[in-house]
Design a protein around this ligand. Sequence first.
Ligand SMILES: [Fe+2]
Ligand SMILES: [Fe+2]
Length: 336
Amino acid sequence: MNFFADTSSLRSLLVRTGFDVATRYPKHREKFPKVMGAEGRQVSTPSMDDERAAVKPRRKDHALAAESLPEVMELGEMRKRGICFGPEQWLIRIVFLETIAGVPGFSAAMIRHLQSLRLMRRDKGWIQTLLEDAQNERMHLLVALKLYRPGFFMRTMIALAQVVFTAAFSVGYMIAPRLAHRFVGVLEEEAVITYTNILRDIEAGRLPEWERFPAPAVAKDYWGLKSSATLSDVMRALRADEANHRFINHTLASIESQDFNPFAYGEARPTERGGRWGLERNEALEWFEREDAKRREAKGLMRAEGATEARPVRQDRLPVKDEAQRDTSNSSRNAV
Ligand SMILES: [Fe+2]
Ligand SMILES: [Fe+2]
């Protein structure tokens, strides 16, 4: 069964509904009324200068007509009627999403670590990748917390959600690790959609507060963003990370637990991980063989030249050129 083809029903059932209920997300719609005062304009945020598109000529929007919504509305009215989110609602969704998203990588890494100790066998390079995933998600949360501080109620809900989700995911991972990775892949896809929708809102004038809002210092430092970076740049960096998590988890869901992690010696190239959901098993095995051969060849050459091994590059410090440009290959990885 090809899970990459269409998981929309699974996504709706397991992930989207839960997050939507928890964060009171408006209806997932493709068409919105135009924001009054923003018709015909071009959004001009620094990060979008190269790709901004002129607003297309207005045409009859049948989807909106069917809902009896006007073609143009005041932004305040749209938010009041729950047609779109404002900044605080988006941040609540991001914070909630990231507190959950940081759990699977760490839980899976711990379970595989304990299995390696208990069963006295190799892990084959999975633990490192899973821990990097969890660390990356935690950084996403820390960036979001620079913009929004949850109150007592939300903190309580997050604590409860963490207890339930961590227990359920860990048990699930022990029983069916491949299904657990598939579920995480779907969760990551939801994160990609969330950040895409935020960028669309900014482009369409539904989030004017964020058009030129400066990126927090921690985000600039973490992703190596320019000093003039805005929240749009942060959202694009977040989306690129989520696409990477999606690619990794769908790939891990397609291989056996005793296969080598194909990303043990380096992550997928940006064009690969941004363009598809993951690798099938035969592709993943070939991928690992190729990366392993490259690594052996490089090591052999370095020995022959008497060179000392290069200092590992910290993957969380590499600058981001744009969402699909980050090369996170890491020479410190090891498939043990
Ligand atoms: Fe995240
Ligand atoms: Fe993620």
